[in-house]
Write a new protein. Sequence first.
Length: 381
Amino acid sequence: MSPVIIIGTGLAGYTLAREWRKLAPEAPLQIITRDDGAFYSKPLLSNALAKGKTALTLAGASAEQMAAQLKAEVWTLTEVSAIDVAARAVIARGETLPYERLVLALGAQPIRPPLEGDGAAAVYSINDLADYALFRRGIEGARRIAVMGPGLIGCEFANDLVQAGKAVTVIGPAAAPLDRLVPPEAGRALQQALAEAGVAWRLGVTPQAVTRRAAALAVELSDGSVVEADAVLSAVGLRSNVALAQRAGIGINQGIVVDRLLASNRAGVYALGDCAEVEGLVLPFVMPIMQAARALAQTLAGQPTAVSYPAMPVVVKTPLHPVVVSPPPGAGAGRWEIGGDARGIRALYRDERDRVIGFALTGAAVGERQALVKDLPAWLE
């Protein structure tokens, strides 16, 4: 009997494996990953420095330990070069590995902004433990850090770095932080709190080039100004990893297109996590991954289960000014209703029928989360 093969050992891949093992304790399972296969929580990468965490202390279990826990064969540092959907096999290490069902938990990769200059290659991005280890070593003697991207990840790193004693400058084209998630008033409340802690903001501009100046780097901006830094971190966003699926003729759009059973257009091939697009939704957050893993485990165990997404607030890890947001589902007409002040913004998103279908809470207002979320509509019923 061919095994279930999971490609990827991030939160999606390992959570699915654990959930499926509860239902199929002895079924053959093979997991293939391009990294070292250590289990860790990726969201912790953006607030680990101030807590003194290293890549080693962030790893909860090695690949060998995970293989033993899951009764699985785990191939590490292995690139899957191709998927043969007709033969139901993947190609890795020059071998053809048959599968009964294949799950793509390929994650996403950082978007790299197009930068000129002889320092562009020195710009860090952090997407896994190895990236974090490299970044942590690289900034040991650094005082000034430039962060490209005022979105969720950029703000989390800015908060972490300033609390670790670094001088931080955040750069980006938005008028206010978190502009894709929250109304401007909420973003400005976070901006003010981080500014009071020492974070400098260069908004309304884009980085054009990074050049070397003696022992420092110069980030040249679109308005002609320059930000000097000892290290530069890019956190401008993520893009779903779809190339492997695309080469195999598996349907893609923003992510790997799957239905409510998380099944692709190719028989026996499924996807979940940051690489998957479900009903037009690509949700690179923890709670959707957990929902998808539980549903897909049931399906793989012979009980077809459609994934559903209740309203799942996203916590932005900025302890200097906490933020919780439940984005309104869909792109229908609606409006933000804003209240509060710099201590805390309470923003409710109302639809055309005046129903609250989303919210953004910051600072002192985050305590209202539980009271609000229970009445929100599901993202995907």
